[in-house]
Design a protein around this ligand. Structure first.
Ligand code: ASP
Length: 310
């Protein structure tokens, strides 16, 4: 048994400026990231699987109202919340994803059940909610998903055709999607990602988060990846799978692959954002090409590390 294990989490990337952060807010974000790491780490430490660990970490992040996922999801053009999530098991290459779902308390738990119990990979909308009911997952009323800051964000743009990544104030761009990647004691990798998408999104818009290979990917032979950023670009660049392919086909290290895709390829393409990654040796990378990214990690016998800025 490989005794090494590790977990990394993110709470979104974007224009996260020190000048706009209050000590109280920073403390809340830091604690939320640390709680998510602890939730996943405890499972890994007890010999649990990486899939259980990433699901637990993302559930914890979804329950924290300041991240754009689960409870803190942004408003759509209709003033509703439509959430996307996905999870992948690097050992079996099994995956589960949901998109455009409302009122499900923890979309990542639904994605997990899609993987384990539906016989399919990707379910959407009302029928995915129906499946959640059959699986006895908790639902919440609309008020549960109401967050004052997000509501104000939406009021600013709701009468326009503009849709925006999770801006907290005008000119501050922030992608608040959450995610986790982990390696367990058996060397198995997993990745999970969850989001409310973009403020004022219309027409059933879906981003990269629930798309296996774009926002989420895991393969024991290479790495596990969870992305955050401007989904349209991450989908077209097939970011998560691209990194895995660079390792598998070109023999790049995790760091080389991540740096090339996030800091070179995506920048030239115009895709702002970042990702968290872990490879089969337990190496962790957390690259981003924006001002900041809420992120943290912990490996066996080491302390919890949390960072927000470069
Ligand atoms: N990638 C997400 C999307 O486009 C947004 C984010 O990362 O905040 O839906």
């Amino acid at each position: 048994m490989n005794k090494k294990f590790a977990i990394a989490v993110h709470g979104g990337a974007g224009t996260i400026l020190r000048s706009l952060m209050t000590p109280d807010k920073e403390k809340r974000y830091t604690e939320a990231l640390a709680d998510a790491i602890a939730a996943g780490y405890d499972i890994l430490k007890r010999g649990g699987t990486s899939v259980d660990a990433v699901e637990a970490a993302v559930t914890s992040l979804e329950n924290f109202p300041l991240f754009n996922a689960g409870r803190g999801s942004v408003f759509t053009n209709k003033g509703t919340h439509e959430m996307d999530a996905s999870v992948m098991d690097g050992k079996t290459l099994e995956a589960g994803a949901v998109s455009g779902i409302s009122n499900v308390q923890n979309p990542i738990q639904l994605a997990r059940l899609v993987k384990d119990k539906s016989g399919h990979v990707f379910l959407c909308g009302k029928e995915a909610e129906h499946f959640a009911r059959l699986m006895d997952l908790p639902f919440q009323p609309n008020e549960y998903f109401f967050e004052e800051g997000r509501y104000k964000q939406w009021l600013e743009v709701k009468d326009s055709e503009t849709y925006q990544l999770d801006h907290t104030i005008r000119d501050e761009k922030k992608f608040g999607t959450v995610g986790a990647v982990a390696m367990d004691m058996n060397g198995n990798l997993a990745a999970a990602t969850s989001t409310g998408g973009m403020t004022n999104k219309r027409f059933g818009r879906i981003g990269d988060t629930p798309i296996i290979g774009s926002g989420t990917y895991a393969n024991n032979n290479t790495c596990a990846i969870s992305c955050t950023g401007h989904g349209e670009y991450f989908m077209r660049a097939v970011v998560a799978y691209d990194i895995s392919c660079l390792i598998e086909y070109k023999g790049l290290s995790l760091k080389e692959a991540c740096d090339y895709v996030v800091k070179d390829k995506l920048v030239k393409f115009g895709g702002e954002g970042g990702l968290i990654a872990i490879d089969r040796h337990g190496n962790i990378e957390l690259p981003f090409n924006s001002e900041g990214m809420y992120r943290g990690w912990k490996t066996e016998n080491e302390r919890t590390e949390i960072r927000i800025y470069e």
